[in-house]
Structure formats: structure tokens, C-alpha cells
Design a protein. Structure first.
Length: 198
């Protein structure tokens, strides 16, 4: 699942870099030549709509979304595990609802042959179809995680549920940051050694 999320994260990053490039070129052309490529804001809207489910997936798989755990850590291990399973299952239900809504929207767009209310008059079926694929990718990941959480819940494997689906503690976050700092220091040291040898 981590490789799946990483691939979607790379796709998300590439889309955002392309969008930033388009906006930069548009801004420079407007300033230098008082011209416009036209439709960059429209493309930006499509890119954000398509990229959002990809970002949702990465945050969900890597457990990097915000969870308020003020009371969570005070509960017994079994209660924490049940709450973590419910969180994963509710996220799966939300993803399914969003996919259902997306399918209805794309169906209506196709039925009415809707076009964008912009000078380009883009047929909306094209960007919305890509949006549907991105939403399906998010829903697939949410479904897999929901099934995993449900399986652990039925087996009453509280430790595995908390380890896989629980929020990070302050200690965990501190250790992750220290590991990242150590890794960066090692990379800098290697770069300095390589620079000294050349």
C-alpha cells in the first residue's frame, strides 16, 4: 500500500509542478508582453480537483492526516483500537460516498453534454473523467485499509490496530523528526566528503 501511495504522491507532485510552471509562464507573459495564454485558471481548477483525491490517499495511507487525540491516549488499549478501527471504517465510507457523488456528477455531465462556462468551453466530461479515476484510486485505498481494520477488529488484535491505524504519539513524532535530522546530516556529510575529494 505504501508503494501505491508513493506513486500517487509522485503523480500529485508532478501535477502541482506543472501547474506552478503554467502559472509562472502565464505571469511572465502577462508582465512582459501584456498577453495571456488563456485558461490557466481553468486548468488550475481541474488540477486541484484531480489532485485532491491523490493527496487524500497519501495522507490516509501514511497516517499523516490530522487527528485530535486529546482524549484518545487516555483510553484503555482496547477502546483506542476500536476507535481507530471506526476511524478507518468511517474514512472508507466517506470515500465510497465521494466516489458515488463523483459518478453521479460525471453521469449528469455526459447526459447533458455539459461544457465549462469559460472561453475555452471545455467539454467537462474529459476533466471529470480523470477526476473520477483519481477518486476511484482514493476509494480503492480506503477500501483496502477498511478491510484490514475490520479484520483486525474481528480478531481483537488491539496492538496491531493501534500500531497500524492509531495516531502518532508525541514521542513517535519526535523520534521520526530526529531520524530525519540524522539522515539529512549523513547526506550533508557525504556531500562534503565528495566535494572535498573532487
Amino acid at each position: 500500500m505504501n508503494i501505491y501511495a508513493r506513486c500517487l504522491g509522485i503523480l500529485f507532485g508532478a501535477m502541482m509542478l506543472l501547474l506552478a510552471l503554467f502559472i509562472t509562464v502565464e505571469t511572465l507573459i502577462r508582465k512582459a508582453f501584456s498577453m495571456s495564454l488563456g485558461g490557466v485558471d481553468e486548468l488550475g481548477g481541474y488540477a486541484i480537483a484531480i489532485a485532491a483525491p491523490l493527496a487524500f490517499c497519501v495522507a490516509m495511507v501514511e497516517q499523516s492526516h490530522i487527528r485530535i487525540n486529546l482524549l484518545h491516549m487516555r483510553f484503555p488499549t482496547s477502546v483506542q483500537a476500536v476507535l481507530n478501527a471506526l476511524a478507518a471504517l468511517s474514512l472508507g465510507l466517506l470515500a465510497a460516498f465521494l466516489l458515488y457523488f463523483t459518478i453521479l456528477t460525471v453521469h449528469d455531465t455526459q447526459l447533458y453534454r455539459s461544457i465549462a462556462q469559460t472561453p475555452r468551453a471545455t467539454p467537462l466530461i474529459y476533466p471529470q473523467s480523470v477526476w473520477l479515476v483519481a477518486m476511484a484510486a482514493f476509494t480503492l485505498a480506503a477500501a483496502v485499509l477498511s478491510v484490514q481494520a475490520l479484520g483486525l477488529l474481528l480478531r481483537r488484535d488491539w496492538a496491531a490496530l493501534n500500531r497500524r491505524f492509531g495516531p502518532s504519539s508525541t514521542q513517535d513524532e519526535l523520534e521520526a523528526e530526529l531520524d530525519n535530522l540524522k539522515h539529512r546530516d549523513q547526506q550533508l556529510g557525504e556531500q562534503h566528503r565528495e566535494g572535498g575529494q573532487s
